[in-house]
Design a protein around this ligand. Structure first.
Ligand SMILES: [Zn+2]
Length: 240
């Protein structure tokens, strides 16, 4: 649903910022519905009243900007008491990103815990340990098939916690910046080397990555690691 990460890419909508969407069997899940997610889903003809869950990795705007309107979509404006929302506790408590009047709409709201497994219909997923980020943040593994490395500074164990055949990595920074808790291209290379997925996708690009051309960065990482690395594009769909 989009590849933009961080403030400038999102505010200018240089790329779309609607997060990821997963279908498995009869189960449908929206991950990190950032600003414009509702538009991306509508443009792609996805009926939100068939959505089973919305999962938010953390409360930052580029990951949760459209959470409320997506909850309305999933619950048919609140008339259908259905669907689940998974998010860290701090998305619900102080300065919440999920409005209180909407909270009785979904069937259940689940506060995510580290290294915990959850099941929604045909989709099972496990949280990583808590990421190193400004707010409570988790990455996710969907069995051995998909590892989703959301926003974090690099930390020991990040590769193992997200290891899967296909990995999606949030690549915000071209050059590492110790003052910013985000992955840079060198961090992403290290994770790919350690986790050895069959296929890795870069996404959630910050402006420096965007300007350096994600496809060129991916080609370089493929050369350097021997793992096939591709740059995600808005609307990209893959069959796992
Ligand atoms: Zn963030």
């Amino acid at each position: 649903m989009g590849t933009a990460g961080a403030r400038f890419m999102v505010a200018k909508q240089v790329a779309a910022s609607g997060g990821l969407y997963i279908e498995e069997g009869d189960t449908r899940m929206s991950l990190d519905p950032g600003p414009g997610a509702i538009v991306q889903y509508a443009q792609r003809g996805i009926d939100l009243t068939t959505l089973d869950a919305i999962v938010v990795s953390h409360r930052h705007l580029d990951h949760a900007g459209d959470l409320n309107v997506m909850v309305e979509g999933m619950t048919d404006g609140g008339f259908a008491h259905r669907g689940m929302v998974f998010c860290p506790s701090d998305a619900l408590d102080d300065d919440p990103v999920m409005l209180k009047y909407l909270r009785r709409f979904p069937r259940e709201i689940v506060r995510l815990a580290p290294e915990t497994s959850y099941t929604v219909g045909d989709i099972a997923f496990t949280t990583s340990g808590r990421h190193v980020h400004q707010v409570e943040t988790y990455g996710f593994r969907f069995g051995n098939r998909l590892g989703w490395v959301t926003d974090s500074a690099y930390y020991d164990g990040i590769a193992q916690q997200h290891r899967a055949d296909v990995m999606v990595l949030h690549t915000i920074l071209l050059h590492c910046r110790p003052d910013l808790p985000h992955l840079c291209v060198a961090d992403v290379e290290r994770i790919i080397r350690d986790a050895e997925p069959k296929l890795a996708f870069l996404t959630h690009y910050g402006m420096t990555v965007w300007r350096a051309d994600p496809a060129a960065i991916a080609a370089d990482l493929t050369q350097r690691t021997g793992v096939e690395v591709r740059a995600a594009t808005d609307g990209l769909s893959i069959d796992l």
